[in-house]
Design a protein around this ligand. Structure first.
Ligand SMILES: *[C@@H]1O[C@H](CO)[C@@H](O)[C@H](O)[C@H]1NC(C)=O
Ligand SMILES: *[C@@H]1O[C@H](CO)[C@@H](O)[C@H](O)[C@H]1NC(C)=O
Ligand SMILES: *[C@@H]1O[C@H](CO)[C@@H](O)[C@H](O)[C@H]1NC(C)=O
Length: 457
């Protein structure tokens, strides 16, 4: 049938214009309601972390990820110091002594970046005192080299203000001064942090003659091992930001890129999230079969998987993540895919096995049984995981032979791997914590948790 083209066009145009106007109005109404609903929803229930729609000027959507996560507050340090004093009091101990480092950072904000270790001791000395209300309080002292006292007094030590400062001159015995500062010493033991260097422990032992100088008991170690919700929030954000950084950097990778270039993409992406001290181990193809690297700067081939083990720090707390992935142009063999799936299953099984009251070795065993079941047991060559917090690797450890008991607040890496030297290396790592109900939860859950498949890390 022949139509009058102009007439057809004219009426269609009119109809189109009217329906277009109606559609515009409908779209506007819908958009307005969505905006209102969003405002109401977020006003009542602010989102945990704004990571999706915020773009920085550099085009990275990562930078604001942890902007609303606070560092450890002064009152939390105060609570930590009182808990330490209480444990010392319970153990009838005279004092706890630590060098600058993770434990001194935990109790008094004295990390290695605040004070580098040298042969001259600077010591944090905490002893319990019972106040007028019968409550146990921490008495905080710092022993410093005499010529460095002014600098020591600049340390940002929260809690008791000011702490007691004692100094040792170059021609005196620092340990004799340290021991002489401890009030109510009597014949009580002096406990030192696990990481105190041997010459310090020996010096204290010699100077204190009759007192036992020994490693702090488990109850004191547990104070730093078991994280508060404040610490968990920091660890969550650091690990989420790291996972987002891996995904963003992966988008920029291509077949033909070098390990060193891929490593730089990852470190830059981690740094753009606001994390400090970014590190990235980047291994392609058979280099990934050596869990800590091959030392060559390999070029990525189409048949290689990419293994990235990386992290950074937020307010002193560490992230640690490993992904083994393919790029859109990769050719993934059935063996690579099946090993990837086995490692993934081992990781899920381990998370379910880790709960309040479990022995750490049992979690390692659960992951290992999955891998053994598929006949790859001999290729899972390392322990399943480590504690994580102010240190990337800290106690307790998920390994065979370890009999530590898992408790709420404990944090671990969960990183099974299969390494066939000269061929394939696959490792997947997410850190998790034990929640108040005694269940394991991934610290990366806020951005999806575990990897889904080699193309969706
Ligand atoms: C801990 O030290 C940092 C400096 O590294 C400082 O910014 C922070 O305010 C200190 N924390 C407290 C609670 O004093
Ligand atoms: C805290 O320790 C210092 C140094 O030994 C001591 O002089 C002071 O009396 C102690 N404080 C209390 C309340 O015991
Ligand atoms: C964790 O286990 C201990 C015993 O090992 C028990 O006393 C405690 O109530 C448990 N806590 C939770 C949250 O399940």
């Amino acid at each position: 049938m022949k139509r009058n083209a102009n007439h057809w066009e004219g009426s269609t145009w009119k109809f189109w214009k009217t329906s277009q106007r109606n559609r515009c109005i409908r779209v506007l109404v819908v958009a307005l309601s969505v905006i209102c609903a969003t405002v109401v929803l977020f006003a009542e229930n602010p989102p945990y972390i704004p990571y999706i729609n915020t773009f920085s000027s550099s085009g990275s959507k990562l930078s604001p990820h942890c902007a609303n996560v606070s560092p450890i507050q002064e009152f939390s340090f105060y609570a930590r110091q009182r808990s330490l004093a209480q444990e010392l009091f319970n153990a009838n101990a005279a004092a706890y002594i630590a060098e600058p480092g993770p434990s001194a950072a935990y109790f008094a904000n004295i990390s290695n970046s605040h004070w580098r270790l040298s042969e001259r001791p600077l010591l944090l000395i905490v002893s319990p005192v019972v106040d007028d209300h019968g409550e146990v309080q921490a008495n905080i002292s710092v022993l410093s080299p005499k010529f460095e006292t002014t600098r020591a007094k600049l340390l940002p030590i929260p809690g008791q203000s000011p702490p007691n400062f004692f100094e040792w001159a170059e021609d005196t015995d620092p340990y004799a001064v340290a021991v002489s500062t401890i009030h109510n010493l009597g014949s009580k033991p002096i406990y030192v942090d696990d990481s105190v260097r041997l010459f310090i422990a020996e010096g204290l032992q010699k100077a204190s003659a009759g007192n036992l100088v020994a490693s702090a008991p488990v109850a004191i170690r547990l104070l730093r091992e078991r994280k508060s919700s404040e610490e968990i929030d920091i660890l969550k954000c650091a690990n989420e930001a790291t996972l987002l950084a891996i995904r963003e950097a992966r988008e920029k990778m291509y077949i033909g890129i070098r390990e060193s270039e891929a490593g730089k993409l990852i470190r830059d992406a981690i740094t753009s999230t606001g994390l400090k001290d970014a590190y990235a181990l980047t291994l392609f193809g058979e280099n990934a079969a050596l869990p800590h690297g091959g030392g060559t700067d390999r070029v990525l081939g189409a048949e290689d998987l990419v293994l990235i083990d990386c992290g950074g720090t937020l307010h002193g707390y560490r992230s640690d993540l490993t992904r083994t992935f393919a790029l859109p142009g990769s050719i993934v063999s059935p063996q690579q895919l099946s090993i990837w799936n086995i490692v993934h299953e081992a990781q899920s099984t381990a998370l379910n096995a880790a709960r309040n009251g479990t022995i750490t070795a049992a979690v390692d065993r659960a992951a290992r049984e999955v891998i053994e079941g598929y006949g790859y047991g001999e290729y899972f060559t390392h322990r399943l995981g480590h504690g994580i917090g102010l240190e990337t690797h800290e106690s307790p450890y998920l390994r065979g032979g370890s009999s530590d008991i898992i408790l709420p607040g404990h944090t671990f890496s969960n990183e099974p791997g299969i390494y066939i030297e000269g061929g394939i290396g696959i490792r997947l790592e997410d850190c998790f914590y034990i929640d108040e109900n005694g269940e394991g939860q991934y610290l990366t859950a806020g951005v999806g948790g575990q990897a889904n498949n080699p193309w969706d890390p």
